[in-house]
Ligand binder design. Sequence first.
Ligand SMILES: [Zn+2]
Ligand SMILES: [Zn+2]
Length: 314
Amino acid sequence: MTSGERHPRVRPGGELVVRFFGVRGSTPCCSPEVHRYGGNTSCVVVEAPGTRPILLDLGTGSRLYGESLRRADGTPFRAAALVSRLHWDHVQGLPFFGPALCAGSEIEIYAPPPGCGMTLAEAIDSCIRPPFFPVTVAELPGSIRVSEAEPGRTFAVDEVSVTTRTVPHVGPTAGFRLDWQGVSITYIPDHQQPGVGSTRVDDEVLALADGVDLLIHDAQYTAEEFEQKSNWGHSTVPYAVEVARQARVRTLALFHHDPLHDDPTVDRLLGEARVQAGCAVEVIAAREGLDLRFPARTGPAAQPLPAALAFGPR
Ligand SMILES: [Zn+2]
Ligand SMILES: [Zn+2]
């Protein structure tokens, strides 16, 4: 895995690229104190050869991604979006996502059934319509198709295999694992830690993250904050490290930073997580503008990935 500067042009070739456009949990935030890590809510884009872009969540970071797609050649935009949960911080960017506002675009959204007696399409329609928004989903110029992704399923998005499992949170919530050419990424942005100081990890979560190259995981709270918010649906930074350690992942990206955590706080939590992880897991803190690159492996006999470049908070 190698790290890149703020969204350089992605070279065609045999690599999967993970691009962070929104890394914040719960609500967008904006101030000089959160400038380095960024204040947009969850949106990570995975790009792989022969595959439509795959958006992991449609938080406000998806607006930034849309802005980056100025297509001079006029090619219609086609993408898939894997949405972990319909909580606002994971879908709020959809009506501001540039391609959704362009005729000819096609966006296919996969998310777990929302419960509440509604289908997924009904639930999305219910929050993107007057009086909350000027138009309905059907009135957006782009084509938006919605598919319920029952946890436990594995399906293909072009060349990428997607596995979805139920993750403990508040209400129906999915985590996603993406496998492509021997490279594996797991995305678990919202994850309820079982209890204060707990090290127990749900079997579905362990299966989803087993041995992956990159685990992007909820790291919302400090241990002290969690004592006050132990049933708010999230993990502490130490618990994220514990999940990564038990699942034997190569790299953990701390993600879904609390809006109260300014840049120095995230720096400090990252430092503590690295001490806790030791040599077992490389730990990074996700920030807007970070790109991670994973060369394809051709099979089990392939060479291991080169060691990641050392990079810390900037
Ligand atoms: Zn969230
Ligand atoms: Zn949530």
